[in-house]
Write a new protein. Structure first.
Length: 342
């Protein structure tokens, strides 16, 4: 059987992470046709096929070395012993924005072992310049200007969720996000939510960042409360929320109608959604200059049978029973009365 080597800078053991679920789905797909080795690392812990081979997290100095090393080299040298004796047919590497000199050296070594190896680089977001707000990230993006032109020597295709045919002078494979269903104890048959008739419940689930734009949903509810709406709308945010949104809810005096919840596992989410009328996808893609949506969360909502409100068009949900509306107006909030009749 042919061999494949996969790399993910993602905490694959975090079952509540949508990105981890996606990467596990990719591993599952490769396992159907290849003998697969998986490299992964996150927050100081480095794994090869689920075995921890390096741990920088034990001391502050080791963690500093881990992060400084990550800027220029990455952790690829740690895997040298594990991969040096293998002749891989396919290599799949997911990167988060940055092409390090360590990655280039690693790909060169792989290519030297097997000149016919096919190497695929997945870029989760493109273009990504607007996501790089910290000084360190902007500096690393300057390093990209030196390293990216060298990728052509080694890379067969760039894997992208965007509509680009060429990225960095390299042909692309255009994909859409998928969803690997988690095993739950709950049946996934949608029923009428068991809530009072005069209430309408909306949920947004995320590991919240600025581009999820939970603030738009808060503004939307505030605008709704100033009208004579037919029902009371309750909004549920599930996941770790950014501080400015929590403060906004207090300032707008919406504490009784906006409820913050901690992260939930698959079983808890499945049970919680039984009492939700509609879910909301990412509302702030415009903050990253993204024109097309392929969010993992949209697919999770669909798998759960939930209607959803989207800000950005998603090619997988153009005309389906899942899509409630694409909110394309330039107003800074949603007119929530439009979504009350399901």
């Amino acid at each position: 059987m042919k061999k494949a080597l996969l790399y993910f800078p993602v905490p694959l053991k975090n079952k509540n992470s949508g990105i981890a679920k996606k990467c596990l789905g990719i591993i599952d797909a490769f396992n159907s046709k290849y003998e697969v080795d998986v490299m992964s690392e996150f927050n100081g812990e480095v794994f090869f096929n689920e075995k921890k081979i390096k741990d920088y997290s034990s001391t502050l100095n080791k963690m500093r070395f881990y992060y400084y090393n990550d800027i220029f080299l990455g952790q690829f040298s740690v895997f040298s012993k594990q991969v040096s004796s293998n002749n891989y047919d396919v290599v799949y590497v997911r990167i988060h924005y940055f092409v390090t000199f360590g990655l280039l050296r690693f790909l060169k070594k792989i290519k030297r072992t097997n000149k016919s190896v096919r190497i695929y680089i997945e870029i989760p977001t493109f273009p990504f310049d607007k996501e790089l707000k910290s000084k360190v990230y902007r500096f690393r993006n300057q390093v990209n200007r030196l390293t990216i032109p060298l990728l052509k020597k080694y890379v067969t295709k760039i894997v992208t969720l965007s509509t680009h045919d060429i990225i960095w002078g390299i042909p692309t494979v255009r994909i859409s996000n998928g969803f690997l269903p988690a095993v739950t104890d709950r049946e996934l048959v949608r029923r009428q939510p068991n809530v009072p008739d005069n209430e309408f419940h909306i949920a947004m689930i995320a590991q919240f960042n600025d581009w999820h734009a939970a603030d738009i949903l808060v503004k939307s509810l505030k605008a709704y409360t100033l009208t004579s709406g037919p029902v009371t709308i309750k909004i549920h945010f599930i996941g770790k929320m950014i501080a400015k949104v929590i403060e906004m809810v207090k300032q707008e005096n919406l504490q009784h109608d906006i409820i913050f919840h901690e992260e939930m596992d698959a079983n808890e989410i499945a049970m919680f959604l039984n009492n939700i009328h509609v879910c909301v996808g990412t509302l702030g893609h415009h903050r990253k200059n993204i024109q097309l949506d392929s969010s993992l969360k949209n697919r999770e909502y669909a798998f759960s049978g939930m209607p959803m409100i989207l800000k950005t068009p998603d090619l997988d949900f153009q005309k389906t029973c899942f899509l409630k509306n694409i909110f394309l107006t330039t107003k800074p909030y949603l007119t929530l009365t439009r979504y009350l009749i399901l």
